[in-house]
Design a protein around this ligand. Structure first.
Ligand SMILES: Cc1cc2nc3c(=O)[nH]c(=O)nc-3n(C[C@H](O)[C@H](O)[C@H](O)COP(=O)(O)OP(=O)(O)OC[C@H]3O[C@@H](n4cnc5c(N)ncnc54)[C@H](O)[C@@H]3O)c2cc1C
Length: 389
């Protein structure tokens, strides 16, 4: 690939930042990624439905896209007793946050991926944009990409009034090694997308790559996500306070859920879930939780700065589209730059409109799906008054 002599700074080294980094390099840009976290991001992510935009990004940059996940051939919807209410043929590939992250990290030169660098300010002067970091250093380039997630510093700089809102429910999540689940439940869940829906809640599971991204049967993981309603003022603060007493913004990672919260979740599971899901939750060693958020911005391009991924739009997870959207943002940005002969401001202007429309469409679809599942019997838990459980 011919180099263009152009350079980009990417803020945030998670999936959104890496998609942008690999796509821009593929069109001849030099890229430096700056990630706040001092180490490589933890291998803690759960499952991700593999969508065509992710495969396209990988194919365009030459990352092997043959074995990116575990194939499920059908969907099951369960009855309350655990029997199968409705089988449905549907082929999907399920992958993991880790597999995507590791694949892109290997492809992106490590000397251009900088850990422990936290953006504090941005300055645009003439044809240049500068990132200023909390350690006092700065970097200057032709383009800056804000891939810094839900609490984006880049977004706060340009759109101080755009914040995420809590959607009224959380996702408890967990991973179980294939070998650690009782046989009957394992047989039901293996290579299937399985759902159990009941008033004001639903839980789902699918199999994802295991440790070291293994796709070998027996070495993979069952991945589950359970949506549970909590009141924002009277309940959520307790759920989002970790076992060390620290109040977190919107998620608690594995191993840090407060024991009272974990215990409460486990006893809900025994009371309300279909038996195979009870076994799955019981076999989970370190469940984690994230609040479901709604967020969308009115603008994604600011002269030489672009907002991508969760920094711009956070669709609810029912769309299974967050990661694919980050890939789509990056692919379209690379295409727009090529089309405009790498003239940044023109390219960003053209890039912005369809990306905004796509983000808005995902937000609306996610809200429809989530509200129907969680709130059509009211906003309390499990269609009951919250205080009965
Ligand atoms: C550890 C982890 C696990 C995840 N697991 C899943 C999963 O299992 N399933 C799923 O669908 N999605 C998961 N996600 C979210 C998923 O990655 C995103 O929805 C999607 O990939 C787009 O996210 P993003 O890269 O835009 O934002 P994020 O993934 O939120 O990444 C933003 C990055 O920016 C960094 N950052 C923030 N502020 C600054 C700053 N001021 N300066 C420098 N860096 C900064 C953060 O440390 C973070 O690494 C996970 C994210 C993380 C970080």
């Amino acid at each position: 690939m011919k180099t263009t002599g152009k350079r980009a700074i990417v803020i945030g080294g998670s999936l959104g930042g890496l998609f942008s980094g690999i796509m821009l390099r593929s069109i001849g840009w030099e890229v430096d990624i700056y990630e706040r976290s001092a180490h490589d991001l933890d291998s803690r992510g759960g499952g991700i439905v593999l969508q065509p935009d992710v495969v396209e990004a990988f194919q365009r940059v030459g990352i092997e896209a043959q074995a990116l996940g575990v194939v499920a051939h059908e969907r099951y919807y369960l009855n309350p007793d655990g029997s199968i209410a409705q089988p449905m043929p549907l082929r999907q590939t399920l992958t993991s946050w880790n597999l995507l992250y590791v694949s892109m990290r290997r492809h992106f030169p490590s000397e251009h991926y900088h850990c422990g660098k936290c953006l504090s300010d941005i300055q645009q002067v003439g044809e240049q944009v500068s990132a200023i970091f909390t350690d006092g250093t700065r970097d200057t380039a032709d383009l800056l990409i804000g891939a810094d997630g839900p609490n984006s510093t880049v977004r706060q700089h340009f759109l101080p009034d755009s914040h995420y809102r809590y959607a009224g429910y959380v996702a408890y999540r967990g991973l179980v090694n294939e070998a650690e689940l009782e046989q009957e439940a394992a047989a039901l869940f293996t290579e299937r997308f399985v759902f159990y829906q009941f008033p004001s809640s639903h839980i789902l599971q699918y199999v994802i790559p295991g440790e070291h991204e293994s796709l070998k049967p027996g070495k993979r993981r069952f991945n589950w996500v359970w949506y549970v309603n909590y009141d924002e003022t009277t309940e959520l603060p307790r759920i989002l306070t970790d076992k060390q007493g620290k109040r977190r913004d919107y998620s608690i990672p594995p191993g840090l859920l407060a024991s009272t919260v974990e215990q409460e979740m486990r006893s809900y599971a025994e009371t309300v879930l279909a038996p195979p899901f009870q076994k799955l939750v019981a076999a989970t060693q370190e469940p984690f939780v994230q609040a479901i958020l709604d967020m969308g911005v009115p603008q994604m391009a600011f002269e030489r700065v672009a907002l991508v991924g969760d920094a711009a739009f956070i669709p609810r997870p029912h769309t299974a589209a967050s990661t694919a959207k980050a890939a789509a943002n990056a692919i379209a940005l690379a295409d727009a730059l090529v089309q405009h002969d790498h003239k940044v401001t023109k390219a960003l202007k053209d890039w912005e409109r369809p990306q905004l429309a796509y983000g808005k469409q995902l937000i609306a679809a996610g809200q429809r799906l989530g509200d129907r599942s969680q709130f059509s019997h009211g906003t309390n838990r499990f269609g009951e008054k919250a205080n009965v459980l």
